[in-house]
Design a protein around this ligand. Structure first.
Ligand SMILES: [Fe+2]
Length: 301
């Protein structure tokens, strides 16, 4: 019989999992156990600290609802979601617009709007326009463009209304030239939800908890890899210290006044061209999900 000590326990656990038929599950679990054990050894984790960790993760799970996903927020605030995005980008067969976080406020089935329409129930304050292109710079006609954002006070519809009420989110279809244009309000940055266990962690680490103002996009077309990204507004105070590490330089933009190319020249405008990479065998690029879908999936298993 193997003598179990702080080192041999790792091999014992790996040996017991070695018959896992699914090769990818076997690989992922083996790497997870190795790193989890190495973490405990390096931190010299005490029983009290281990139990604190269990309590924390329990509270994270208990905070999840069909409209709130505390685990995604935890992943985001630890930089894991951004890391998964970076790994996903690295696997692309072609260069495209960089990805960014889905975040916890994405909803499936946002209302379809015609090009030029305003996604906000309040008056439009800015215009966003541009093209959806392939990696050769050619337009992708009919690309689907989902957009969602906060209002001018930094609040998502899910936080302000009952869940059936959708505002500041819509789905557009690019025209035959791959062009899109729409109107919206200038979003305000916001503090991530801090009334749960992730908030306790953020406060314990003396972090400010803010995300800079941004506009989320999910763009897709047959034959292309779905692009999940966001545009970040340069003039935000927290543009260099996003709590969830979503900002990257190529996604930072700002409105321009009197832009002669804008279809709504009277509005401050953002022009941004999105580039989709060709589809590959890899599945979704969504690091995040509609929270209601996760609850559904969990319940059905
Ligand atoms: Fe967001």
């Amino acid at each position: 019989m193997l003598a179990i000590d702080e080192n041999t326990i790792t091999d014992a656990a790996l040996a017991q999992m070695s018959e896992t038929p699914n090769p990818r599950l076997k690989q992922i679990m083996a790497i997870l156990v190795k790193h989890l054990h190495a973490f405990a050894r390096e931190a010299d984790l005490t029983p009290e600290e281990w139990l604190d960790g269990i309590k924390f993760l329990t509270a994270v799970g208990q905070t999840c609802t069909p409209y709130r996903q505390e685990f995604i927020l935890l992943s985001d605030t630890l930089g894991l979601s951004s890391l998964i995005n970076a790994l996903h980008d690295r696997r692309a067969v072609e260069h495209g617009t960089k990805t960014s976080l889905v975040g916890p406020f994405y909803r499936q089935d946002s209302p379809h709007k015609e090009l030029g329409e305003c996604i906000a129930e309040s008056n439009a304050g800015i215009c966003i326009y541009g093209r959806v292109l392939n990696s050769a710079g050619q337009p992708i006609p009919g690309a689907s463009i989902q957009i969602w954002q906060t209002d001018d006070e930094g609040v998502y519809d899910l936080q302000r209304h009952d869940p059936s009420h959708m505002d500041l989110r819509a789905t557009f279809t690019a025209d035959a030239n791959g062009d899109y244009h729409l109107r919206t309000v200038r979003p305000l940055g916001y503090m991530i939800p801090l009334d749960g266990p992730v908030g306790d962690m953020i406060r314990a680490q003396r972090r400010h908890g803010y995300r800079p103002a941004h506009i989320h996009f999910m763009i897709g077309a047959p034959g292309y890899r779905e692009l999940v990204t966001a545009l970040y507004l340069r003039k935000d105070d927290h543009i260099n210290s996003d709590t969830v590490f979503g900002v990257t330089d190529s996604l930072v933009t700002e409105t321009v006044a009197n832009d002669p190319g804008s279809p709504f020249r009277e509005l401050p405008s953002i022009r941004f061209d999105f580039t989709l990479a060709a589809a590959d065998a890899i599945g979704t690029g969504r690091v995040g999900a509609d929270p209601s879908q996760i609850t559904k999936r969990t319940a059905s298993h």
